[in-house]
Design a protein around this ligand. Sequence first.
Ligand code: ARG
Length: 258
Amino acid sequence: MKKLSKVLAVALAIAVIAVTFVACSGGSTEKEKLSLATSADFPPYEYIGDNGAYAGIDIEIAQAIADKLGRELVVENMDFDSIVGAVSTGKSDMGMAGLTVTPERLESVDFSTSYAKGIQAVIVKEDSPITTVDDLYAEGATYKVGAQLSTTGDIYFGDDISEGLTTCTLEEYQAGADAVAALSSGKIDAVIIDNEPAKSFVAANSGLKILDTKYADEDYAIAFPKGSALVEEVNKALEELIADGTVQKIVETYIPAE
Ligand code: ARG
């Protein structure tokens, strides 16, 4: 009896040590999370790959930043028009989505250093009567123009309509691919969207082309809650990744140089 309790005591002691060890080592390797708001509907910047995993330029740059910061990247996928709100309210640590720096967005979020240039392009059907961006501004033009909700293409064209600069109309879609599908099926006449996604969508759908003239030039950057301490940390990491060629290498994997 006495012997048995001794054996039990030793076993118990070993168990306690083992549990403590596992708990501590687990605790010390658990990284602080870095949540990323994005809208994975925008190849080649962010999309869901064939294997079901998030992929794209922004995802890889975000991962490289998280690695430098020693944090675990957690992708939070949402509709594009929810991103700025998720970031400004602090629900997400940062937002990356081919996101253009605009004066209006700067009122609710802070932006990192810019890591890429964007271009707003116009997609039309191959046999479209629209041959330049100016055609959308021609007197009496009644083309239906589509854009993803809350994107700069949507905002700029909506502003142009309000200001009476164009007599065309605007159709808003939750995703760029929905606008492109509406164009393919003849419901609308043109789609304003960023140039690289435009190329992806045109490659994936026959009968479409991108106009040679562009609609607008912009800068992409990472958004943060106003005053976030991450801005400085991420800028430092991002500048290192730009300087050592990592960003360029990531971009070239997705956008082969012509
Ligand atoms: N650059 C445009 C903007 O900031 C469009 C970005 C859309 N991004 C996306 N992941 N759907 O408004």
